[in-house]
Design a protein around this ligand. Structure first.
Ligand code: GLY
Ligand code: MN
Ligand code: MN
Length: 415
């Protein structure tokens, strides 16, 4: 198996984006530096796990910060052997020699793809017949491993979630009509940074109808009294992502219509969570949320017809266009198959996912009574499947309309 670190990426001219290690590479090495490669060579006498990384360089380290260097890699990372990345052209072909197949994720880094193919072709050019004959996509095997979280990973995920819970509370406490969305984004991300975390994805702070834009990220509108504010933001802590959404009233009190839809989304989330246990198909959570939302939308007069018909015709998708959850881990939309042989995958202990029903009534839905228009709500929590059921990692964060109002009121009382 050969895997390369994420390349550094230019933001503009000579400025780079903040470096983020490739999740697979990080999963296998715990190593955060660019310009490194891990090779796993089963049965190799001198060591099976071999790392290539940058040499120490006092001059460069003065500009960019410390480098581990091959000399310290064994001790720090637990690899068997380490070499300077500048020697990879001379060493890696020898590791590939005599191997039948190479596991590798093609297509992530075109430059490294070509290098690897070049090394294999060089071996092929020799008459000894010692070149690997097959490239296999590494993705699937590693994805399956990453889908099941270890105890250590669950601790890190819980920590990312705990930081995120504090951040959402800070935003609920800070919100005042007249502020801009970015003020709340700052509150959220301040909590992340002061705990050594950073956003796992672009924080979404949508006031009023901006809450209906699923990946809204501008965060520049002014917040008005009477608006609901939808925040979808999660911390990344030591590589592990939280992904949490709450929706709360800017002035601390839900209107009647806002509360009715918020209650309904809560109910849909509870219905989905009731399906979260080993042996249940992943899709059962979405199906339960959809039936609950449709039933409620019919009662409120936002949909017309029979329950089975609005479910099967997917008439609800104009108000609920997304799925109810996704795997969560090193990536916010984490790896792992959702279906196996055409059927929804059954839940097993150690899987972690979000449960995130929502309702979004477009402002331009002129066939809907005006009082509903422009309301956007999502409630998103992070869930671990346990042996006997599930654990909501973000359970501590206020969720129901009453809990949210009480949390906001007590923050205002002490402000
Ligand atoms: N924040 C992205 C999502 O909820 O999936
Ligand atoms: Mn999500
Ligand atoms: Mn989210």
């Amino acid at each position: 198996m050969v895997i390369s670190a994420a390349p550094e990426r230019v933001r503009s001219r000579d400025t780079l984006h903040p470096y983020r290690q490739d999740s697979d590479f990080y999963y296998l090495t715990g190593f955060l530096e660019p310009e490194s490669v891990l090779a796993l060579v089963p049965g190799r006498k001198h060591g099976e796990a071999i790392l290539f990384c940058r040499d120490r360089d006092p001059a460069r380290e003065g500009w960019d910060g410390p480098r581990l260097g091959p000399e310290r890699a064994g001790e720090a990372l637990g690899v068997d052997d380490a070499y300077p990345i500048s020697d990879i052209d001379d060493i890696l072909p020898g590791l590939l020699e005599g191997r039948a197949r190479v596991y590798y994720q093609l297509g992530l880094d075109a430059g490294f793809d070509l290098k690897l193919i070049g090394w294999v072709n060089r071996l092929r050019g020799r008459s000894s017949g010692s070149a690997p004959q097959e490239f296999l996509q590494l993705g699937h095997l590693l994805d399956e491993q990453r889908l099941f979280k270890s105890e250590a990973e669950i601790r890190l995920l819980q920590h990312a979630v705990d930081i995120t819970v504090a951040a959402h509370r800070a935003a609920m406490a800070a919100v005042r009509p007249g502020q801009h969305e970015y003020t709340l984004q700052a509150e959220i991300e301040r909590e992340f940074r002061r705990s050594g975390a950073q956003p796992a994805y672009a924080s979404i702070v949508g006031t009023g109808a901006n809450g209906c834009v699923l990946h809204y990220g501008a965060n520049v509108s002014r917040i008005h009294a009477g608006d609901l504010v939808l925040i979808d933001a999660g911390a990344e802590y030591r590589g592990y992502a939280a992904d949490v959404s709450r929706t709360f009233p800017a002035n601390g009190r839900f209107s009647k219509e806002q509360r009715a839809l918020h209650d309904l989304v809560c109910k849909a989330q509870a219905a989905a969570l009731a399906q979260a246990r080993p042996g249940k198909p992943f899709a059962a959570m979405h199906e339960a949320a959809v039936v609950t939302l449709c039933d409620g939308l019919l009662s409120l007069g936002l949909l017309q017809g029979r329950l089975e018909a609005v479910v099967s015709s997917e008439a609800y998708t104009r108000f609920y266009p997304h799925k109810t959850g996704h795997w969560l881990g090193l990536d916010v939309h984490d790896v792992g198959e959702y279906r196996i042989d055409g059927a929804s995958r059954l839940l097993e202990p150690g899987m972690v996912f979000t449960v995130e029903p929502g309702l979004y009534i477009p402002v331009d839905a002129t066939d809907v009574p005006a009082k509903w228009r422009g309301i956007g709500i999502r409630i998103e929590d992070d869930v671990l499947v346990t042996r006997s059921g599930h654990r909501v990692l973000s359970a501590a964060l206020e969720r129901s309309a009453d809990e949210v109002e009480a949390c906001m009121a007590s923050a205002r009382a002490t402000a």
